[in-house]
Design a protein around this ligand. Structure first.
Ligand code: NAD
Length: 293
């Protein structure tokens, strides 16, 4: 078994981006800038946003974190998005999800200028992905493709089973892995909560992408010998023996599954780190377009 180490791969991306930014800055260009909107103070969202802001600083990007309390109106939030859309010093905008129930995430995503939608959630970017046209790809599936590429993992002709069909992970992942690219060229099966006999699909899989949000639910007995296993899941489980009072677990029972795999991502230290690296890559792409114009 070999580890798909998100730390190694994400550091490589970050180093490359930091060097590229430095070269462009030395030529007199401004720094890339990512704006992030955070509504409320959900613990997990705070952690994710803090990592994104910290990473921007590490690689020479500017970040602009805009906070609203959980009672903010939908109109006020939309007004902020429109303001950022027209701010030529900001390259990318992300709105941390989930949003409070009184705000439509759909409306907010639709309001983001697709050219600044570095999370790749806007229908224009999703549509471009479906059609194989250039655009921003959602950071988690993009990060997984970058991991496969970094570790030179063979995907062509493999049976890939993706578990979970969300707009931000499972669905874009299924499109990416089925494309005529490298990595890609898989025969993809997209499983979800209504799939019957999920185990029978997993048992056939050369590549398993687990993104169902059910901790340690993918078990060794279902995994084919030599499979590649990508664990997207992140769940906080209460653990009084852990320093923070909780521990992070994935969707895969890592301890028992790992010995059967050819490659596997750890949680933490796998897909999560690469998601942030992919977001930075998207922001850099938006920045390059802006400084060229
Ligand atoms: P989601 O809740 O939007 O979607 C979950 C999907 O899993 C649904 O499509 C559902 O049909 C499917 N599902 C649920 N139970 C199932 C079951 N028993 N069998 C088969 N399918 C089932 O979740 P999401 O936003 O796609 O996130 C999934 C997981 O990935 C979560 O744990 C989330 O925290 C994590 N996540 C991690 C990253 C990262 O950077 N590592 C990024 C995004 C999400």
């Amino acid at each position: 078994m070999q580890l798909i180490d998100g730390k190694i791969a994400s550091e490589a991306v970050k180093t490359r981006l930091a060097e590229a930014v430095k070269v462009l800055q030395d030529k007199g260009n401004r720094k890339p800038c990512l704006a992030a909107i955070l509504v409320g103070n959900d613990g997990a969202s705070e952690t994710y946003i803090a990592s994104k802001v910290r990473t921007c600083g590490q690689i020479g990007f500017l970040s602009n974190l805009i906070r609203f309390d959980a009672q903010v109106s939908e109109e006020r939030l939309l007004e902020e998005v429109r303001k950022i859309n027209t701010d030529s010093t900001i390259d990318g905008l992300i709105v941390q999800l989930p949003l409070p129930a009184h705000i439509s995430a759909e409306k907010v995503i639709l309001a983001i200028d697709p050219k600044k939608d570095v999370d790749g959630f806007h229908p224009i970017n999703m549509g471009n992905l479906a059609l194989g046209l250039p655009g921003f790809v959602s950071a988690t599936p993009k990060g997984i493709m970058m991991l496969l590429e970094h570790f030179n993992i063979e995907t062509a002709g493999k049976n890939a089973v993706i578990i979970g069909r969300s707009n931000i992970v499972g669905t874009p992942m299924s499109l990416l892995l089925s494309k005529n690219t490298n990595p890609g060229n898989c025969t993809v099966t997209l499983c979800h909560s209504k799939t019957k006999n999920l185990n029978s699909f997993i048992k056939q899989a050369d590549i398993v992408v687990a993104a169902l949000g059910r901790p340690e639910s993918i078990v060794a007995e279902d995994i084919k010998e030599g499979a590649v296993v990508i664990d997207v899941g992140i769940t906080r489980l209460d653990d009084s023996s852990a320093p923070k009072g909780y521990r992070i677990v994935g969707d895969v029972d890592f301890k028992n599954v790992a010995p059967k795999c050819s490659w596997i991502t750890p949680v933490p230290g796998g897909v999560g780190l690469m998601t942030i690296a992919a977001l930075m890559q998207n922001t850099f792409t938006a920045y390059l377009k802006n400084i060229e114009n």
